[in-house]
Design a protein around this ligand. Structure first.
Ligand code: ATP
Ligand code: MG
Length: 418
């Protein structure tokens, strides 16, 4: 993409109405636009980051054998009444709306009921199960406080997966497999080292749920980390009794702040039973379906990455999610330089590299500041100086010094087939 085609601009001014560092940076760099507290639009560069995170999540969810669909955002009230979750007293952060005739509707905040209801149309026999189904959809929650930028939105992107199993054992196997897939996702995002599978409060059907918590000073959750075992316990279940049960010693645990980047839950038979969705076993006997749900906050992760990987000059995206790998800056407007930069841009792009080409008439300092603020992994410069030397100037976002590189060296470092 050429900068001249991009309608967004960077800004030197920190947005006054935004307290969270992630949102400040993302707004200044032109990744997102704040519509209102907790509601953001994703501008072209931000959309590319969100899509890259989404793709990683999608790949790992496909790898555990689940299939993707897309549920509606508008939901009928009656299926939520069957499980007793329609009432605002039970779920206090619903957004609801009405048809012109007064019929009430829910606006998607989670999807156990709608999906179980759909499954009821297709499942009758044990041969129809297990089913592992996920989607990547905007969720709407009327959060009391929305002051953490992308990390707590009123509208946000979530991956939600639901499992439908015949036996507890079948459920447990998939649950573990998915927990491992979650760790793979955080690894690929560069958060593997700082993310802990965390014991949190369960529900009626299991003592614990599993949260995935990434250490961060701005996190809303307090967890107790066991570095050696690489697990953690959420403050909400941090009692002497539970520690004893888990075989953990209090003095081996360190208190930390963390961000919940995922959450998996055993739901038992509650929802399928309430919605009257059963299957017949091989004896023709009606049986209950055991469910699990597996949430992962995609837009929250984008905020966390921007918050986590940054310095005083801007964002430092992990290569796996960066909107482009290379910031190509053309300095000066001599026809020679312009031609060389155009050619490099065309060649890199043709070889599959993703390049944001700064072809604007702007001062070098401005281009360099933008490259740092935007946080792409590499900066490549074409200028009179590099032309004279028959080379290019190359710098990684985190490197101290730029260096001169021949075309061959450049391609080798950027891992591009010459
Ligand atoms: P939290 O404890 O942070 O309020 P939750 O337990 O209600 O979240 P789930 O319903 O399990 O969250 O949603 C799955 C995932 O979606 C969470 O682990 C989190 O990563 C993300 N998420 C939840 N609420 C928000 C939000 N308001 N904004 C952005 N991401 C969110
Ligand atoms: Mg939670």
């Amino acid at each position: 993409m050429r900068r001249s085609e991009l309608f967004t601009r960077t800004s030197k001014t920190v947005p006054a109405d935004e307290a969270a560092r992630n949102a400040q940076l993302l707004i200044q760099a032109g990744y997102i636009h704040k519509e209102m507290a907790g509601v953001y639009s994703y501008l072209p560069l931000g959309k590319r980051v969100l899509d890259n995170i989404t793709q990683i999540v999608r790949e790992e969810m496909n790898a555990v054998g689940s299939v993707e669909l897309q549920l509606s955002v508008l939901q009928p009230k009656d299926i939520w009444e069957k499980t007793g979750r329609w009432d605002d007293k039970t779920v206090d952060n619903w957004f609801k709306t009405q048809l012109k005739n007064g019929t009430e509707l829910g606006i998607s905040l989670t999807n156990e009921e709608p999906l179980t209801n759909i499954l009821g149309n297709f499942v009758s026999s044990y041969k129809d199960l297990p089913a592992y189904i996920y989607q990547i959809q905007n969720k709407f929650r009327n959060e009391l406080r929305a002051k953490s930028g992308l990390m707590r939105g009123r509208e946000f992107l979530m991956k939600d997966l639901y499992s439908f199993c015949r036996t507890q054992e079948e459920h447990d196997v998939f649950y573990e497999k998915t927990a491992e897939a979650y760790m793979k996702i955080y690894d690929r995002l560069g958060l593997g080292e700082t993310t802990y599978r965390t014991y949190a409060s369960g529900g009626i059907f299991s003592k614990f749920s599993d949260e995935f918590q990434t250490l961060s000073d701005v996190g809303e959750d307090t967890i107790y980390v066991h570095e050696g075992k690489r697990i953690a316990v959420n403050k909400e279940v941090f009692t002497d009794e539970i520690l004893a049960e888990l075989g953990l010693k209090k003095d081996e645990l360190v208190e930390k702040q963390a961000v919940e980047v995922g959450n998996i839950f055993s739901l038992g038979t509650k929802y399928a039973d309430a919605l009257g969705v059963y299957y017949d076993d091989d004896q023709g006997k009606q049986q209950s379906i055991i469910m699990g749900c597996y949430g992962l906050g995609i837009s929250r992760l984008m905020g966390l990455l921007a918050e986590h990987f940054a310095d005083d000059r801007g964002i430092i995206w992990p290569a796996a999610v960066a909107p482009f790998q290379i910031y190509l800056a053309r300095l000066g407007d001599s026809p020679d330089v312009a031609k060389a930069a155009d050619e490099l841009y065309a060649d890199l792009t043709a070889r599959g590299a993703t390049v944001l080409y700064d072809d604007r008439d702007a001062r070098p300092g401005e281009k360099f500041a933008d490259a740092d603020l935007l946080g792409l992994p590499w900066r490549v410069v074409v200028s009179e100086k590099t032309q004279a030397a028959g080379s290019y100037e190359l710098k990684s976002r985190t490197g101290q010094e730029a260096r001169q590189a021949s075309k061959q060296e450049l391609y080798k470092t950027l891992d591009i087939n010459p």
